[in-house]
Ligand binder design. Structure first.
Ligand code: ATP
Ligand code: MG
Ligand code: MG
Length: 380
């Protein structure tokens, strides 16, 4: 089989390599840490992401190169394209690593985003707040994740502090109108190198402290909303001419409108549920797409809720999984634990996740509630 290089060595790369190994591929990750989650599964080159010599080494050893995060240095990506095969190209990275470029691409594909403004100075921020109203969310255009690099501005008094804080990052800033969503959804679409497209069932996502906590599938929304969410994701992946996965994060409002929040050109945390619940996992699908295989069937085989296991949840979850679980039996659930092999269980750090397969999503949520790591407001 061919050798696939992955830029990045975190859990997404690890799960990509696990899925792809079963398909006969070999994997080498380029990662600054020597013992990261994916180095434990395939080979690895320990180097910074913008280390050109290391990237050249990777290109020499690999037939195909992909990435597990979007902040890959554009110059490195361009160099890799000359020396190896990078089916996703560099345009997709260029677009999705910058919120303004991404929003323009989403709009060009025919989907809505929250009204927004480009911010270059505190004065521009004041004017944009006048126009878009409060609350509004100020974000760095690049580099943010898990809500880092954001400030929800609720009153005009916060403007100077918000601007000063985010301007520190030294990137452009974006102000977005605050969308009073009733639910957050995400849809993962895949496009093969010959233009074939498939979409996974939309997930309903619940965040706690800006970190994904639960993904509930099927999402508890009207079938028309599900269909529209899938249609938008397909338009976006086609509009971008992407290869591989594109995750589309959406806000659903009370009156049924869908707004695109952001994109990710890679496997997504909210797609981990596919590992046991779909006929093809998001990781297998990504490997299929970048390796030129036909895309797999994305059908859902069982209702499922994915719960993230953060550092502070690790002990209780491991104990729960190690004991005979009569509650799981009573509820008819099958909780499947995935751990990423990270050594230090720091609070807030993503250590693993549990996919709780169940006869229905209420039973899965009941099991999760019973573990004591339930944090979201129980909205049911
Ligand atoms: P991720 O870890 O998903 O990459 P991120 O740091 O890139 O996160 P966003 O996805 O832009 O950040 O925002 C994080 C969360 O903040 C969203 O999931 C949503 O709950 C909330 N949020 C962001 N933008 C808005 C908005 N314009 N209106 C309302 N809520 C928002
Ligand atoms: Mg993001
Ligand atoms: Mg997000």
């Amino acid at each position: 089989g061919a050798t696939v290089g992955i830029l990045g060595g975190g859990q997404l790369g690890r799960m990509m390599a696990l899925a792809g190994s079963a398909m006969g591929y070999r994997f080498i990750a380029l990662d600054p840490a020597s013992d990261g989650p994916s180095a434990q599964v395939g080979g690895s080159i320990e180097a910074a992401y913008d280390d050109r010599e290391a990237a050249r080494q990777l290109a020499e050893q690999c037939d195909v190169i992909t990435y597990e995060f979007e902040n890959v240095d554009a110059g490195v990506a361009a160099m890799l394209m000359e020396q190896s095969y990078v089916p996703q190209g560099s345009q997709l990275l260029y677009t999705t690593q910058h919120r303004l470029r991404e929003k323009r691409a989403v709009e060009a594909a025919g989907a809505k985003v929250a009204p927004y403004a480009e911010i270059g100075s505190e004065q521009e921020l004041r004017e944009a707040v006048q126009r878009l109203g409060l609350p509004a969310v100020l974000k760095t255009a690049t580099g943010g994740y898990d809500g880092k690099g954001q400030w929800v501005i609720r009153s005009e008094e916060e403007i100077p502090a918000a601007y000063a804080e985010l301007a520190k990052a030294g990137t452009e800033l974006v102000l977005e109108q605050f969308i009073r969503f009733s639910k957050e959804l995400s849809v993962i679409a895949a496009r093969g190198s010959h233009g074939e497209v498939r979409v996974f069932p939309p997930a309903e996502n619940i965040h706690v402290d800006n970190i994904l906590h639960l993904s509930i599938v099927p999402a508890r929304v009207e079938p028309t909303v599900l269909a529209e969410a899938e249609r938008l994701a397909l338009r976006i992946v086609e509009g971008l001419g992407a290869v591989g996965l594109v995750a589309v994060e959406l806000f659903l409002t009370e009156d049924g409108q869908l707004y695109v929040n952001e994109l990710a050109p890679r496997p997504h945390n909210s797609g981990h549920y596919t590992m046991e619940a779909c006929r093809t996992s998001q990781f297998e699908q990504h490997v299929r797409a970048v390796c030129g295989l036909p895309l797999g069937d994305t059908s859902l085989m069982s209702p499922v809720v994915m719960v993230n296991v953060l550092g502070q949840h690790l002990e209780p979850i491991i104990q729960r999984m190690a004991a005979r679980d009569s509650e799981a039996e009573r509820l008819g659930t099958a909780p499947k634990l995935h751990l990423y092999g990270k050594v230090e269980a720091k609070s807030g750090r993503k250590m693993g996740h549990v996919n709780v397969l169940a006869p229905n999503t209420d039973a899965a949520l009941a099991w999760i509630e019973g573990t004591g790591i339930w944090q979201a407001e129980n909205e049911a």
